[in-house]
Ligand binder design. Structure first.
Ligand code: URA
Length: 232
């Protein structure tokens, strides 16, 4: 069999880099995922089998009223993980988080810091839609909690961004107001965590777009910082 010398060299280079840096590859001062380690990497497989394990969940009454179970979407090795509250109508129909108007705004917010939804991982505290989009009940989020915890464990993001008060308060385990969680760096099981506005809140009150943009600049800076630390 003829071997393409360019491909052979590229593969050797990626293998060597994987030995030195693990799953990441230094490129232009940033760490990107090494394709050699991500093409059949275990966290994608683990995440997929975890999804298959839980997708028919009936542990709380939302299992009976949902259309689709909304597991999460994006890069299984993402450095940034975004966590919203619960699926809405569009998400319930499609089985994917943040696909309605709030989701379109979220895509623009990510684009403003040069990220796409394919590069990050997006999930919710609840995997099933609460009827009429009411706030999640404590019993529902308590029941669903191990699912998100396991996703975070498999994805191992460098930074978690909670979208909105419900998600921030749930992750921190404290009933705090958004203003008391924003503009601070928190920790979730040793992973850096920040909190910003929920995109749906920005649709209701565009005056919050400016402070949200300020939060996102901090997110961009903290991500760059943790990526640089990974290279050093
Ligand atoms: N709002 C959320 O919190 N999550 C979604 O997936 C959609 C809207």
């Amino acid at each position: 069999m003829l071997v393409d010398p360019f491909e052979a060299n590229a593969a050797a280079y990626l293998r060597q880099q994987a030995e030195i840096y693990g799953m990441e590859l230094p490129l232009d001062g940033k760490l990107v995922k090494n394709p050699l380690t991500t093409s059949n990497d275990s966290s994608a497989k683990d995440l997929e089998s975890f999804h298959n394990e839980i997708k028919d969940c009936q542990l709380c009454p939302l299992g009976a009223t949902r259309t689709k179970f909304v597991f999460g979407v994006g890069n299984p090795n993402a450095d940034l993980m975004l966590i919203g509250e619960a699926p809405g109508k569009n998400e319930d129909l499609k089985g994917e988080p943040f696909v309605g108007r709030a989701g379109q705004l979220l895509d623009k917010i990510l684009a403003a810091i040069n990220l796409s939804r394919e590069e990050v991982y997006i999930a919710n505290v609840l995997k099933c839609r609460p009827p009429n989009n009411r706030d999640p009940l404590k019993s529902e989020s308590d029941t669903c909690q191990p699912y998100l915890k396991q996703q975070i464990k498999l994805i191992k993001p460098k930074l978690i961004l909670a979208l909105g008060r419900v998600s921030g308060a749930w992750l921190l385990g404290e009933d705090l107001a958004l203003k008391d969680m924003r503009n601070k760096s928190h920790s979730y099981n040793g992973i850096e965590m920040m909190v910003t506005y929920h995109p749906a809140a920005l649709l209701r009150n565009p005056n919050w777009k400016r402070p949200c943009w300020e939060d996102m600049q901090k997110v961009r800076d903290r991500l760059a910082h943790s990526q640089q630390q990974g290279v050093a």
